[in-house]
Design a binder for this molecule. Structure first.
Ligand code: ATP
Length: 308
């Protein structure tokens, strides 16, 4: 296990009775980065994050958050991290502004509450009891409470679930601002676009294990889904095209006159295809490079849709 990351998880196992929710998970999150944890329902994301937050004790393996054990050294760690839970865990009669002010009061150097309220569009609901807030407002209040103490590391569990597009965008802006302030952010999400927009690193969990990790770009690069498509006259001699292409390539006519070339799609491949077209009197009237998306990668690895 690396020792310098803001979050270091090694060989984490967490069971509920006979069910193994997290099954030997390793994760290293560098300081000042945003890491998105993706996975289908029941993959073990929340269990992993809650164990990192110190709410659950590992059955095996180790977790270090800012170098500290989140259970044994909780009192030292708590003032340095922010936690946004999926479901409030708050007294439902408390007013939004009181809750936020109370939370701010627990920290030595909190963010100005007013500006946070403005950023997250919570101005109109300061005096509303928590239970009367809409789901989206509760969500934004939880986010505000997680970050008001200027944490060094913040855990956000599905921060934009159920938010309207405007609130979602405001949340994204806040995450970006945290990152530019050097805060480490670990977020779980079901939204691929969110991971692509925000994350330096993406970790895909399935059945309690990490099945892939890397930057969104790294994850989307390579693989059979990266393809070059072009249109030309139907019935081109694909055997001849294949001879011109590198060994790991494949070519297919998907519909009459619609061709797909897969393999290592790089500038060289594009040049080879266009030059083959030129030599064969083919004018490709549409040519495009299609990258696989995180959604494609996710489906490939887990065989599951993100949302069930
Ligand atoms: P989701 O996307 O649905 O929130 P998740 O990836 O966060 O899912 P977890 O909530 O960590 O997944 O659940 C992992 C597995 O552990 C699931 O099979 C779930 O049913 C089980 N599980 C979670 N919490 C408990 C619990 N308190 N008691 C028993 N089983 C649990």
């Amino acid at each position: 296990m690396g020792s310098g990351g803001a979050l270091e998880v090694a060989g984490l196992v967490k069971r509920y009775g006979s069910r193994t929710a997290v099954d030997g998970l390793d994760l290293s999150v560098p300081h000042g980065t945003v890491t998105a944890v993706l996975g289908p329902n029941g993959a073990g994301k929340t269990t992993t994050v809650e164990t990192c937050e110190g709410y659950r004790r590992p059955d095996a393996g180790t977790v270090r958050v800012l170098g500290l054990d989140p259970v044994a050294q909780a009192s030292r760690l708590r003032p340095r991290i922010g936690v946004m839970l999926q479901s409030g865990g708050v007294y439902s009669g408390a007013r939004a502004e009181e809750m936020l002010a109370h939370m701010a009061g627990l920290y030595a150097n909190p963010l100005p509450v007013d500006s946070l309220v403005g950023t997250l569009g919570l101005e109109s609901c300061g005096r509303t009891p928590y239970r009367r807030l809409s789901g989206g407002q509760q969500q934004r209040l939880s986010l505000a409470m997680a970050v008001v103490g200027r944490p060094e590391l913040v855990f956000l569990d599905e921060p934009t679930a159920g938010l309207d597009p405007q609130a979602r965008r405001a949340t994204w802006e806040l995450v970006r601002a945290l990152r530019s302030d050097g805060v480490t952010v670990v977020l779980t999400t079901h939204h691929m676009d969110e991971a692509e927009e925000l994350a330096d690193d993406v970790v895909i969990i399935d059945d309690g294990r990490i099945v892939a990790g890397g930057s969104p770009d790294e994850l989307c690069r390579g693989g059979a889904e990266n393809s070059l498509r072009f249109t030309g006259r139907p019935g081109l001699d694909l055997a001849s095209l294949l001879k011109a292409l590198p060994d790991n390539s494949a070519a297919a006519e998907l519909v009459p006159g619609g061709y797909r070339v897969t393999g290592t799609v790089d500038p060289q491949l594009l040049a080879t295809v266009t030059s083959w077209c030129a030599q064969n009197g083919v004018m490709p009237d549409r040519i495009s490079v299609e990258r696989r998306t995180l959604e494609d990668v996710f489906l490939e690895l887990t065989g599951k849709e993100l949302r069930s």
